[in-house]
Design a protein around this ligand. Structure first.
Ligand SMILES: Cc1cc2nc3c(=O)[nH]c(=O)nc-3n(C[C@H](O)[C@H](O)[C@H](O)COP(=O)(O)O)c2cc1C
Length: 208
């Protein structure tokens, strides 16, 4: 077992026998995203960043399609994306305030990981299942970052759906989409809790 988390590299690790892991459950029961605008440098890098991406990619994936990939940006690349958000938002006639807010999310981000849904053939595995797997990667990356002590936030916004931004900004192929922009960095202070679902009200047992 590695001494530190960052000693996990990108090689696959065999599953361990199942035992109760109260710390993991405690994390899942209290986890909370950190608003992107509150994140500052430093952000994870090097071996630790590789470890977070490795954790993120360890998700259910029907048919082992690996229908996702990562596009990372920091510094000047984020400045370029922020400028492109402004250009595209203006071209699309969007509310300038909303456009500026989305541009700032890129400009001020210490690190942005775009999780790209990159579906393969749908002959065996339906497109929606490949898409769910990409969503799972987003949540796993978020949780890996939070559990390693980094602030993280899953955002989308109009840029995530604008083909001009996707092709020019992220250089995606026409069949690819953004599942999420995951911003990662250092938090100032924990945010307040937000309303959580009443799980009982959302749960039904089939009686027979
Ligand atoms: C697919 C997806 C896209 C999102 N896009 C945005 C966004 O663009 N702007 C925003 O303020 N929140 C967005 N959110 C919500 C944030 O991630 C929000 O911080 C989250 O609901 C916090 O939940 P948590 O505390 O349980 O992690 C999005 C969430 C998801 C799942």
């Amino acid at each position: 077992m590695p001494d530190t988390l960052s000693e996990h590299d990108t090689k696959p690790t065999a599953p361990r026998p199942l035992v109760r892991q109260p710390e993991v459950l405690e994390f899942l029961l209290t986890r909370r995203s950190r608003p992107a605008h509150s994140l500052r440098a430093p952000a994870p890098e090097g071996a630790e960043l590789s470890m977070l991406l490795t954790a993120a990619a360890r998700v259910p994936d029907h048919g082992k399609m690996e229908p996702w990939r990562f596009v990372l940006a920091r510094g000047p690349a984020l400045a370029r994306l922020a400028a492109l958000v402004e250009t595209r938002g203006t071209a699309l006639g969007l509310d300038p305030e909303k456009v500026a807010k989305q541009a700032r999310a890129f400009a001020d981000s210490p690190l942005m990981v775009a999780v790209i849904a990159s579906p393969g053939s749908t002959e065996r595995i339906p497109a929606i299942e490949q898409s769910y797997s990409a969503g799972a990667v987003c949540l796993s990356l978020l949780n890996a970052a939070l559990s390693a002590g980094w602030g993280a936030n899953w955002l989308s916004g109009f840029a995530a759906y604008d083909r001009g931004f996707l092709s020019e900004g992220l250089r995606l192929a026409p069949h690819e989409e953004v599942a999420g922009f995951i911003h990662i960095g250092t938090e100032n202070a924990p945010p307040p809790e937000r309303p959580r679902p009443d799980v009982t009200a959302l749960t039904t047992w089939l009686e027979g």
